[in-house]
Design a binder for this molecule. Sequence first.
Ligand code: XMP
Ligand code: MG
Length: 180
Amino acid sequence: MLDVVEKVLVTQEEIMKRCAEMGKQISEDYKNKKEIPLVVGLLKGSVPFMAEIIKHIDLEIQIDFMDVSSYEGTESLGNIRIVKDLDCSVNNLSILLVEDIVDTGRTLKEVKRMLMSKGAKEVNVVSLLDKPERRVVDIEAEYVGFTIPNEFVVGYGLDYDQKYRNLPYIGVLKREVYEQ
Ligand code: XMP
Ligand code: MG
């Protein structure tokens, strides 16, 4: 374990098991809806989670990525900007948005609004983590891997200062790392 990590909150094994469960659930739900979603990962945090979960989605999906970063340090700013837009049109598509974490909910609400305004038919969200205590806007992901307490976490895509995204687990970052 890296010495900046206080404790491991979710292990790699737990993440992989949950991805298999969620992928199966998503496959069943979309088969019933008769929709094939465009799976959209929000860069960069969703990359490891997206790579794992799509292996368990038993549908002829396509994938794409968007980058809408506005997050600096440990506080979300609310106003997001598009750093990288999707390659394809979303018109009339069913979108499955893949996020690393729903925190205040501002990012998700804004991205959902943008995609709907560009003509998406529906936007559902799958998030590896959910921190409900921090929510300031009324939004929930349709699929959540793990609900976690209000602690700053890194790993499995999540960063502090662009670092630690490569950790294979979700860990709580030591306070001294971001309070120094
Ligand atoms: P909002 O507040 O808009 O933010 O829901 C979602 C984005 O905030 C980042 N975020 C975190 N990143 N550890 C991180 O490394 C955390 O504990 C954390 N909480 C929020 C993340 O980029 C997410 O997409
Ligand atoms: Mg993010």
